[in-house]
Design a protein around this ligand. Sequence first.
Ligand code: 4AD
Ligand code: MG
Length: 463
Amino acid sequence: MMQQTIKKILHDPVIGRELRVSGWVRTRRDSGSLSFVEINDGSCLANLQVIVDSGLENFSAEIKKLTTGCGVEVGGTLVASPAKGQEVELQAKKITVLGPADPAAYPLQKKRHSFEFLRSISHLRPRTNALGAVGRLRSALSLAIHQFFADHGFFQVHTPIITTSDCEGAGEMFTVTTLDSGQFDGPDPFARDFFGRRAGLTVSGQLQAEVYAMALGRVYTFGPTFRAENSNTSRHLAEFWMVEPEMAFCDLSCNMEVAESLIRTVIRQILDSCSDDLNLFDRFVAKGLVNKLETACAQPFVRLTYTEAIDILLEAQGKEGREFEVPVFWGMDMQAEHERFLCEEVARRPVIVTNYPKEIKPFYMRLDEGEKTVAAMDILVPGIGELVGGSQREERYDILLARMEEAGLDVDEYSWYLDLRRYGSVVHSGFGLGFERLVQFVTGMANIRDVIPFPRTPGSAPC
Ligand code: 4AD
Ligand code: MG
């Protein structure tokens, strides 16, 4: 039988119960003939206080030598705590040291370490309060997302990780090859490669999700995606997780409703179920976080067309010394500074921007009337900028074909995608939500490298 977790013990304490608990020592202090050992098992932020009497047989040989990081198993009785700080504590009858942690070498000591330092020890950092809380929140968010889709009749589709189609057409695909460096000579080396053609790691599961949306109606994929983009920013990773629903019989406005409802629902759930971890971030990482999250799920998101957004930015540009690093003009790809201005200073909450110029968006987005813009939607959130990118898809065969040719795609390679428009084509939409950006929004963590267990960025992929 698995032992009870500290979370369960603290949530549902039964005074007088005999317990066996295992965890890692956070701190130890001695007072008179007693030793107070705080242990944490990762199940929650809180520690369990263990009281050890000097009468215990291994008291001086082992207990007095316990330091931060040691693994221990404690058997004892749960008692009401006479002191402030905790309701209950465990009166130890037996403590077994499972694994020591030499204090002279163990890098995590009882003090605050910078997130930058912690990145250099990614194999140990989940043992800290903040990174442990990120780990629990990530898991809770993932579960809430799956639950949302299950509640709304979606099926999860496992789209491929290795693919031959570059969904975003941005040339950011990592190549997957078994060729050695000497074998790349000649006109088409990939013809001799494992798949007989060039293959890569997926940048998005969208195109394959569309295949299943055209059969199962409402689907989503939630998996790792890879981008070989050389951006060293606090919101880009080379490997990140993306949530991508794809829905038949759903237009742009339906798409926005689903995206907004997903975000507000999962945040509400996290506010209700993870308050201890959230309060930690509110206190130590991002003051006002809980308020910001309450606002995000209480009020509807602001909606602007791209043209309206550009007008607002143009009007702001130059006013009261407001300068953007990249000057604003209609047709530009908005930068994080513009996106953040719109939601942090204009709307003061999440904003959905729609109908972007077709030139700055991929071939699959549905062309609007007037043919200047496409039925795209991005959701921008305070502190981050773009959290979601999506669109109504081009379901008209001739227009899609023309857009693909314009984009310079090899139409033969995408004939399967065109077939979806040849046979039973219907209105459909979908979006991609960057999971790490959602975790950033929910935790207030400034750097995306601190919300994924093992970040991959240009020049860096330890363990
Ligand atoms: O806007 P993007 O590129 O859209 C797509 O890939 C579509 N095919 C999605 C779809 O419609 N099914 O990416 C979607 C989201 C972005 O809004 C952002 O949150 C996140 O993915 N994202 C990244 N997150 C971390 N690091 C990166 N390098 C990211 N690139 C995009
Ligand atoms: Mg985008």
